[in-house]
Design a protein around this ligand. Sequence first.
Ligand code: MG
Length: 390
Amino acid sequence: MKITRVTAQRLECPVAEGERNVSDYGPMETLSTVLVRIETDAGITGIGETKAGGSPASADASIAAIINGDLGPQLIGEDPRDITRLWEKLYNGKRADAAARAGRAMPALGRRGLSICALGGIDIALWDLLGKATGQPVWRLLGGKTKPTLPVYASGGWGPAEKIGDELRLYLDRTGAKAIKMRVGAKYGAVDASIARVEAARRAIGPDIELMVDAHGTFSPVEAKIFARATESARLRWFEEPMTGDAKREFAGLRAASPCAIAGGENDFTRFDYVPYLDASALDVFQPDLGVCGGITEARRIGELAGAFQIEVSPHVWGGTVQAAASAHFAISCPSVAIFEYPAASNPAFRALASGGFALADGRLSVDDKPGLGLDLDETYIARCAVYNP
Ligand SMILES: [Mg+2]
């Protein structure tokens, strides 16, 4: 089997007016993402998806350009089933043969950032293709399910203290989840405002729902410690991106001082970016984003690193249906994953790009036996959202 064509298409998916929450990244009016198709001479097409975090349209347009103009052409004529070799080929570039002979990475220039997002979208499409070619679901190719279903947590919660309880209850009702993650951090002003919102949230949802918080990397080391200690009675399951991942060294001190788990990693590229977290004993939960980290192949490597250090894995899920399905198939096959992020608002693309891939019932996620990622693309919706056509 040979690859004959690789195309990337940027989509801009509008968020319905009543769903446009405002995060510290700004109002969520659209969700930008990049759809990848890898065609073969066997008539089988693999589907992937990737995006830069936070939906910057120009960044996603650049990812599409990297795939269409650079990485895609390098795959023409290759056997798509050689996924690891192709990942290494694209990561190492012109020195791929030397790297393969030496048994170590000799990465191309531009080995972080948008080129890794592009590689992630291609990698997801290759796994989907392998599944379709072998008649197996991706989770089976990854070694099978480590549990029959996974609990999800509803992801959302941007409102002020007086409204946060109603907002969280709405998302819990929508998903059936027994856990929820709200946003905190600099957007809300002084750290006391975030503490008050968490206290209000815990009062509203009661003692039996697990509660996580996400600061999107905006607290200082001191603010993060104050927040973690002050919210001890709210019994947070985890405190996500308390500080920017640029401050990896500062995470260790926070983790030592915090009564709850510290999570992060959604903005980190490749397994190599997780090594400093391990060196510093900095995190309790790794959260690779399958687009950002380099696809299913790299998420597995990060998952294996995590397992060796008693670290939980919970993939970051805030893209469209294809990336979510890839995350679901990875998560259910990874022994270190215990809970799955399920966007509860402001993300139409999460369920609109395709049917299938994964299902939610009673707050639990499942995947089925269909080949590949099990997706049936909604070409009408995709055509309506397409802003970049190859
Ligand atoms: Mg996050």
